[in-house]
Write a protein that binds this ligand. Structure first.
Ligand SMILES: *Cc1c(COP(=O)(O)O)cnc(C)c1O
Length: 396
């Protein structure tokens, strides 16, 4: 089989070799429980506090504001549920966006069943949050604004600083799901007025099942997992020491190579965008052209099914995503693509390609060649496309 072209880095990333290397001794040598008194345990404990410092520094936060979790979904659940519970006496209204990851959206749906009210703010045709709509949605009983830093499907980067300023001015807590942005874009929690921030290890070349929640000092929260005193009594469970060490190694790596990685990714991304736009008719670039993650490409192609395109790309060794819930067997098109105003059938014909700094220009060119060929083939079989062509000829 030919070498795989991996273009699904928003779904997960390859664990970096230096991450695996950093983790290994914590499986084989320093396997002690970080809560134990003997030195095998204190070595583990030391590694955990070093990791906490590394991560805090990356956000210009304090180490005791970092809480390790088992990933981005847990951090999102914790931030939203615990805030709702801790601040319920102040109010029961939450504001979020229509394009959040399901870890936030489904948590909000759950809270609606528990008597909370949630306002879902819309986005414009490029996926940028409607700030005026957000301002108008604020009420005296609003306790939380939760808006993602950058979208996982269309790569749009939100005006986080503006949102943070609104939240601060109104005395409302601000949580951001930064799973896609953290490690790709510099984030300063003070500058952006972020009170809580979720991140995940496996989206930045770290191990799966690792992540953290930043909680600003002084914010009321609730223990998310009850049990032992780990994570200052807020998240019980024996520390995943190798995972935490791996997460910190991934963070170090991401911040060390950020500038160079971003430059490389933008060149790869823009090659895909430019060639697709120029060479494949009836397509639409989804997401903002400028306020966009360096690694994200998302297109909708008329007259085709994204799923068929994915399967045929896979046969050519190309890993991509339709960026929608279709992959889970549901027929609903992506909520993100509907929120930016796409018709159902357009949303169904969508393709997400997310590059990494390890991809090459040759891979980009081969990918576009394959997409082009597959789309021509799929359209040739499409009755919709045939009708469209006939109509067009009739008009000419
Ligand atoms: C992947 C992702 C998550 C979930 O993170 P896990 O670590 O896989 O639980 C949450 N939010 C966004 C935006 C994501 O891309």
């Amino acid at each position: 089989m030919e070498k795989v072209i991996y273009l699904d880095n928003a779904a997960t990333t390859k664990t970096a070799p230096e991450v695996v290397e950093a983790m290994t001794p914590y499986f084989t040598e320093y396997y002690g429980n970080a809560s134990s008194i003997y030195s095998l345990g204190t070595q583990a404990k030391k590694a955990v506090s070093q990791a906490r410092e590394t991560i805090a520094e990356s956000l210009r936060a304090e180490p005791n504001e970092i809480y390790f979790t088992a990933g981005g979904s847990e951090a999102d659940n914790w931030a939203v549920k615990a805030t709702a519970e801790a601040y319920a006496s102040k109010g029961r209204h939450i504001i979020t966006s229509a394009i959040e990851h399901h870890a936030v959206l489904h948590t909000c749906k759950y809270l609606e069943q528990k008597g909370f009210e949630v306002t879902y703010i819309g986005v414009d045709e490029n996926g940028i949050l409607k700030i005026e709509e957000l301002k108008a949605a604020v009420r005296p009983d609003t306790i939380l604004i939760t808006v993602m830093f950058a979208n996982n499907e269309i790569g749009t980067i939100q005006p986080v600083k503006e949102i943070g300023e609104i939240a601060k001015e109104k005395g409302i807590l601000f949580h951001t799901d930064a799973v896609q942005a953290y490690g790709q874009i510099p984030i300063d929690v003070d500058e952006y007025h972020i009170d809580m921030l979720s991140a995940s290890g496996h989206k930045l070349n770290g191990p799966k099942g690792t992540g953290f929640l930043y909680i600003r000092k002084g914010i009321k929260t609730r223990s998310f997992i009850h049990g032992g005193q780990q994570e200052r009594g807020r998240r019980a469970g024996t520390e995943n020491v190798p995972g935490i060490v791996g997460l910190a190694a991934a963070v170090k790596r991401a911040f060390a190579i950020m500038e160079e990685k971003t430059k490389k990714e933008i060149a790869l991304r823009d090659r895909l965008i430019e060639r697709i736009k120029k060479e494949i008719p009836y397509c639409r670039l989804n997401g903002d052209e400028k306020k966009r993650l360096p690694n994200n490409v998302n297109f909708s192609f008329q007259f085709i099914e994204g799923e068929s395109l994915l399967i045929m790309l896979d046969m050519k060794g190309i890993c991509a995503s339709s960026g929608s819930a279709c992959t889970s067997g549901s027929l609903d098109p992506s909520h993100v693509l509907l929120a930016i105003g796409l018709a159902h059938e357009t949303a169904h014909g969508s393709l997400r390609l997310t590059v990494s700094e390890e991809n090459t220009m040759e891979e980009m060119d081969r990918t576009v060649d394959c997409i082009k060929e597959i789309i021509e083939r799929l359209r040739a079989m499409s009755p919709l496309y045939e009708d469209f062509c006939k109509k067009k000829e009739g008009l000419l």
